[in-house]
Structure formats: C-alpha cells, structure tokens
Design a protein around this ligand. Sequence first.
Ligand code: FAD
Length: 476
Amino acid sequence: MEPTELAVIGAGPGGYVAALRAAQLGLKVVLIERDKTGGTCLHRGCIPSKALIHGARVFQTVQKAAEFGIELSGAPGLNYGVLAARKDKTVSQLEKGVEFLLQKRGVSVIKGDAAFHDSRSLKITAPDGSQQTLGFGYCIIATGGVPTQLPGYPLDGKVFVTSNEVLQWTALPKSIVIIGAGVIGCEFASLFARVGVSVRVIEMMPQVLPGFDGDVSREIGRALKKQGVDVLLETKIESAAVVDGRAQLMLAGIAGVPPASGSEKIDADVCIIAVGRKPETSGLKIECAGLAANAKGAIDVDEHCRTKAPGIYAIGDVTGVAPLAHVASHMGIVAAEQIAGGARGGRNLTFDKSLAPWAVFTEPEVASIGLSEEKARESGREIKAGKFSFRALGRAQATGEYEGFVKIISDAKSGALIGFHAVGSEATNLLGEAALAWTSEARVEELAETIHAHPTFPEAVGEAALAALGRGIHSL
Ligand code: FAD
C-alpha cells in the first residue's frame, strides 16, 4: 500500500477529529479503525448514555405534569425498547455524519486492526484476515480505552456487565447493583432509578463522585438517595458470584466498620462494574515503535501530544490524561496542528489538562472545572469561595428545578479563578461560560461584571462570583 503522510489509529472523537483537522490543513491522511467510526463516545459512551438519560428526564417531566396543570388519562409508563431504539437511531445518524465528513475531507478510512511494524510503518489486519503494510511520515495513536475489569469477577456480559453491555439493553432488569460511584456509576444509578429499577451503589470511598468538590459529592449523594438509590459508601466487596442466575455479592466494611448495608450479602438481577477505564494498547505492539506504556498502561505525551518516539503522537483516553471526549478531540487538534507545522498553517497549540471541563449527567447535573475547594485549600493559597443556591434564582423557581448551586473559588489576592463547581438542572450548560473564562484567564471580577440575561440559570454564575467578592445581591 502507498505510504501516507499521516496515519491515525482509532476513529473515536480523538482520532476522527485529528484526521479531519489534518486533512483540512492539507495532509494526506489514512484513518484506521477496527470497529465503528465514532469510537467509544458514539457507540458505547457519551451519546447512547445521554440519549437514554434524556429519556429518563422526559419520563420524570411527564410524571410532574399535574403540577403544571396538565391532565393525563392515567399514570405514564415507559417502554424501554422504544427508548433504546431511539438511542440507536441517534447513534447511527451521527455515525453517518462523521463518515460523510471524513469522505468529503478526503480522509482514507481503512477497516482493520493496526499494529506497529516499526517506527515508520503499521501492519493492518482487515476483518477478513488479510494484511497490508502502511508506511507513514507521522502517526497519531488514538486507540482510546476499555472498561477496567475486576479480577475474580464472573464478567459474563449478562449478569455481571460493563457499560458496553448496559448500553445495548432493550429491556430493563428489576434490580441492579452498581460497583463504583464514579461518573459512569452515578450516571447509570440516576438513570435507572428514575425509570423504576431498584438500584444499589457500592463505593469504597467515603463519598460519591470521589475527587469532585465535597459540596458537589454531598449534593449528588443526597439526590441519588431521593431518587431511591441505596448508596453504600466505605464498603468493600469480598466476593462476587452468579447464583441462580442473579448477581450475589459478599460485602465487608472498611477498617473494622461493618458494611454500610448492615448485612453482608446482597443480590440483584444484574451487577454493573463501573470502576473506571484503562488505556487500550493491546495488540498495538507499541514496543516496535520504540514506545512503552507507563505503570497505568497509558502512553505518556508532552503538552504538544508528542510521545518520546519522533513523529509519533498520542491523544485521548490512551494517554490517561482525562477520559473525556472533548479532551480527546482537543488533543487531536493540537497534534494535527503540530504535525502540519507553520508552513501549512498549523498553529503551535498546547494542551493543558487544567482547562478541561467535566460534565456529569446525573439528575441534577454536575459541572466542574479547576480545583475542588478542598484541593484549593490544601494548595496553601489564600482563597475566596462564593456560593449561590438555585433556590434564590427566578428561572429555577419558575421551572421548579431549584436543587443545586454554583460555587466559584478564586485567589483572594489576584482574583484568579481556581475552581468552578455547579450542581443543578442542566448545570452542564454553564460550562460554556466557565471554560471560556478559564481559557481566557478571566478573573472573578469579570464573571461578576458580565451582564447575565434574566431569567436564566447562568445568572447564578454572576451571583456566585459576586458572593466570592463579598458583594452578593440575592444572597446574604
Ligand atoms: P475511543 O472513543 O475509545 O476510540 C478509540 C477507537 O480506537 C475505538 O473505536 C477502537 O475500536 C479503535 N481502536 C483501538 N485499538 C485499535 C487498533 N489497534 N487498530 C484500529 N483501531 C483501534 N466523555 C465525555 O466527555 N462526556 C460524556 O458524557 C461521556 N460519557 C461516557 C459514558 C460512558 C458509559 C463511557 C464508557 C464513556 C463516556 N465518556 C464521556 C468518555 C468518552 O467516551 C471517551 O473519553 C472518549 O470516547 C475517548 O475518545 P478516544 O478517541 O480517545 O477513544
């Protein structure tokens, strides 16, 4: 096969965006994908989960119809098969859109499994087993990640499952136990509890959403309980087995404290293992390109997404930087611009992990950027934190969605922004303003002085900034 200027391995939101941008900058690009265009995000992650989560939201809204004077002839029911089919349609439409863009930009897409032959060529194995070699000038590794598996668990795809299987369900189990109260675990817990499934979550740490701001974790912990989720914190699992077609877990407390459930054995129709994701380099033979994975299985990169092998870049989940689709895409653009170079209009961009916004699609949603209040205090900086509750917001009262708050943490002397945290209905939409403020190095004063339209949820951003400055108008 004719050599290419740039080979991109993996067509997830990292790889396909890198390929599109590189082609736009005039490079000859080959994109190799062993599965479907769109990667985890489109087929097993962001999009299918959010399509289902939106279904739960609509269901919840309809359940509240009477509050708004809307009369229904009976209690609303949910046909999960129809919701799942709608999700599949959304995914397939988006997949076609990405394929169309790749074709129009002149990116050659090869279906197959790529492995390094040496530091300037790949061996590609097609689904029919045939092989071809592709020489490249540059390569971007964008092979993403896979669910972390727990050793000793009977992961059979039916009773013990990961997010991959959950997003393929066409009918709901009656009861679920979720191991892990991280982002994926909490999103699934909130989704399934709201559509009537009995949900338990088991977490080793003392809070849900470990690593997030303490106020955020506590608020989401309370919201999950209100939705009927039984959250067992500081609980370890001793053993897991399939018994009579159901998942059975033996629990233990931590440090001599009995398990939070009060009993040692629990069971459910299905157990979802949601303990994180790990970088995917299996079969890639990165050693043939002079690379080695770090202790976490990830490929290390610098701020330009360069690996230590000249001409070879890595982006997205495989780098272990932050497992987020928009981070993968941003890194893809950074790498493509670097590879194109100034002569072809490529910009000397860098990637800064601290600017990455985090969105969690529980109900209520979570939005976060920068440091938690705990981490900000630990850093030894003198800080000012301002918090504004949605309860005091006109828009929130009008819609009846007044759970949550916006919290802004800033440097007490310079006013530099250190942390932004929000919990609330559609709080993720507040990240647009916050991310722009972070990227443009705005100070808390600028957020406070911005004229926020009334009545909107972003007014809470201005009020939280004012509160951090000690000038809150609608807060005491
Ligand atoms: P991936 O999307 O994983 O794509 C990698 C691609 O490489 C895959 O298609 C794979 O088949 C291919 N590949 C791997 N090895 C080879 C090889 N050797 N040869 C050829 N092809 C190969 N992120 C968000 O930002 N927001 C969300 O709401 C969100 N929700 C999520 C929900 C769930 C349930 C999950 C599991 C993840 C979610 N994520 C979310 C994370 C997001 O999906 C990932 O961060 C993102 O997909 C990473 O993009 P990527 O391009 O690095 O890799």
